[in-house]
Each structure stands twice: as C-alpha cells, then as structure tokens.
Design a protein around this ligand. Structure first.
Ligand code: GDP
Ligand code: MN
Length: 379
C-alpha cells in the first residue's frame, strides 16, 4: 500500500529524521492560510502516489500567501500520470546546498534489506541506475544485527559526504532503516535528502510503500489509505476477500489457491495464451465470491474469455459447480467460460456444469487449449 509524501514525512519525523514544517490543503484558500502561518517562502506540492511530480509541474515555490494560493489553484485538479491532484502539501521552503538520494528496499538478489545512497539526488534513481550505475552505493543490512554504523559510514564515503556531515548522515540512515523494519515497508526512500544552506540535513521528499501482507500488524496505517489513488478492481477484490493482480493479457483466470493460480498462468502461456489477471478466490467457490471474481475480471474490457481452474479438496466439486452457476446468475455475460474441475466429487460437478451448458474440462492442458482457442476466435 502506497502512502502520500506528507504521511511518509509524519512517519520520518517520529524517527527524528528532520523534515520541514507543513500541512495539507484541499483548496487554494486553505493553502493561502497555511502559507501565512508558516511565513516566508513555501513550496506547494501535489500529493499523488506517482513520482516525478516536480517534472510534471506539481511542485512549485511561492514567496507570498497570495502566490501560494495561485500555485495551489494551478496544481489542484492537475492530472499527474493518471492521478488527479486533490490535496497539496504546503511546506516551508528549504535552501538547497546539495541533493542526495537515500532509499531502503527489500533486495531479493542480496536476500536482505539494502540501503542505496547516491550523490545524484533529486532526479529519478532509475535514471541514475541506467546512466551512472557506479554512482549508486549499496549496503545490505545483516538480518540479525541490523544496519551497522560502519555500513552507514561506507555509504557516506561512497556518496562523497563531507567529513563533518557524516555523523548526522549515519543517524539518519540508521533511523530510516529502523523505520523501514518497524513499519514493515516494501520501499522507504528520501529523494532528495538535502544539506541546506546552514549545513543541516533535511528530508525534502519521502516515499513509502507498506508490505500489504503485513498491514494487519499496522492497523493505524489503514487510515492513510487513499482509495482515490487505487485501482477500482483491486478495491473491490480486497472487499470481497480475493487476491487479485491485474495483468496485460485477455484471458481472465479464476482459481482456488495461489500455487494453482501460478500454474494456471504458466499453462496458458505454454499454449500461447496471455492471462488477464492473477486471481485466487481462496478455498472452494462460493456463489458470492464467484460473482465478485467475474465482475472484477469483466471490468477489464479486453477480456475475451474466462478460465476457471478449481480443485475440489475439502470443498466438494458439486458444491463448487453449484456456486459457479449461482454466481453466473448474478452476473450475466456472453464472454465464454471454460471450467476445469478436478478433485472430490468432480464428476458430479462436471455433470451439473454440462447440464447448465457450460464448457468443462478434466485436465488443465485441455482447459487451457480450449480457452486459448476461444479467446483467439474472439480477438
Ligand atoms: P518529485 O518530483 O515527485 O520527486 O518531488 P520532490 O519533492 O522530490 O521535488 C522535486 C524537486 O523540487 C526537488 O528535487 C527539488 O529540486 C525541488 N524542491 C522541492 N522542495 C524544495 C524546497 O523546499 N526548496 C527548493 N529550493 N527546491 C525544492
Ligand atoms: Mn522526489
């Protein structure tokens, strides 16, 4: 789950990482009031989940409250990479002496949590990685001992940080690591992390993504969810208790079990098809869940066919078949559906499906080929 800059900064300040004073406004008048209270030069910043707001014109300096109102007027309602700006952060402006990058990620390659630092802050780090990969310094924390002071110093040396600024940097790097671990983040980055004209460290921007699988440990984080920024289908899937990930293909998949869902996508690809999604409806196939799954899949207009791959374990195949039929009654569609049903009472289940004129199959290979063919005919 992504959160906004102002929310990530609230978390950073709990870890004593210096951020500028600021508050969010949802109207130009409010922005003006905030600017007046802050006093002096402010920055008005679009709060959307997309990065690169600066380049898109979503970050503007303002010298006076009047100007802050004007800039907020221009930024509110702006569309940045598909997100509409509904709120702006109005914050004290900093005088930048030097911009750095500092980020923490789950590093699958290194099998650990890696801190990345660069002297090339401000620009997108992906760009630096492409053009100047040697400018990105990495250290991987020990899973048991955490991030050592020596590792934070190694980062600082590699980033060319002046001697008298290293202790301050080490504190920030260690606290950022602690914030990452304690909040179960997937990504936590400061870009730019600056030295201001007075020589003090400040986090000018912050980006944080929570690990969805750990959200149950961070109930307070739910309040930071911005539904306006999330995909409609994914919101509905979460409500229905389905795990759903949208993909680019045209064959919708409804599967019970994550492992089976992966195998289903592989088999579709093997026979020349392209899955439109990953979808795990969990154990069994209750009518309401089936209906929700189909509704979500069909919200993607390019879906040409749907494949059900259901394994009846504890749930019986005939119950599954009845669930599918009841679900299909809730959602009328002419998109062809192929159902592979196997396991407990699968024969009874398939008979029920055939009586309802639904295409069924016994093996995954057979089902995959059928659905790939139908999808091709309709494309
Ligand atoms: P992003 O483009 O979405 O990453 O938004 P940022 O918050 O990183 O802002 C983009 C750029 O605007 C930064 O790299 C800075 O160069 C500039 N900027 C942001 N805040 C300030 C500020 O307080 N003072 C100054 N002078 N520039 C700022
Ligand atoms: Mn940034």
């Amino acid at each position: 789950m992504k959160i906004h800059e102002y929310q990530a900064k609230q978390i950073l300040s709990r870890y004593n990482i210096p951020v500028q004073k600021g508050e969010v406004a949802s109207s130009p008048e409010e922005a003006r009031e905030l600017a007046k209270n802050i006093g002096g030069m402010v920055v008005v910043k679009a709060q959307v989940h997309a990065g690169g707001r600066g380049k898109a014109g979503g970050v503007k300096l303002a010298k006076t409250p009047d100007e802050a109102e004007e800039k907020a007027q221009a930024i509110l309602g702006m569309n940045i990479k598909g997100s509409t700006v509904r709120r702006v952060l109005v914050t004290q402006a900093a005088d930048i002496a030097k911009e750095f990058y500092l980020g923490v990620i789950i590093d699958r390659g290194a099998k650990g949590i890696t801190l990345m630092g660069s002297s090339e802050g401000g620009v997108e780090i992906e760009e630096v990685a492409k053009t100047n990969p040697e400018k990105i310094i990495r250290v991987t924390a020990d899973p048991f001992l955490g991030l050592g002071d020596f590792q934070a110093r190694e980062l600082a040396f590699g980033m060319g940080i002046a001697k008298d600024k290293i202790n301050g940097f080490v504190t920030i790097a260690k606290e950022l690591y602690r914030a990452f671990v304690e909040n179960d983040a997937d990504i936590l980055e400061i870009n730019p992390l600056i030295l201001n004209d007075k020589g003090d460290w400040q986090a000018l921007d912050a980006k944080m993504v929570y690990d969805d699988n750990a959200l149950y440990r961070h109930r307070e984080a739910e309040d930071m969810r911005d539904l306006g920024e999330e995909d409609q289908a994914e919101i509905e899937a979460r409500k229905a208790g389905l795990s759903y990930v949208k993909l680019d293909g045209n064959i919708g998949c409804v599967v019970n079990g994550a492992g089976l869902a992966m195998a289903t996508m592989d088999t579709l690809l093997l026979y020349g098809g392209e899955p439109a999604n990953f979808l795990d409806i969990g154990g069994g196939a209750k009518a309401d869940k089936v209906a929700a799954a189909i509704r979500i899949i069909l919200s993607e207009p390019n879906v040409k066919a749907i494949l059900f791959n259901i394994f009846g374990g504890i749930t019986r195949g005939d119950d599954v078949a009845k669930g599918i039929i009841a679900g299909l009654e809730q959602i009328k569609t002419d998109v062809p559906i192929v159902i592979r049903l196997v396991g407990t009472n699968s024969e009874e289940g398939r008979k029920i499906l055939e009586e309802a004129n639904l295409k069924s199959a016994e093996t995954l290979a057979e089902a995959a080929q059928k659905v790939v063919n139908v999808a091709k005919e309709r494309s």
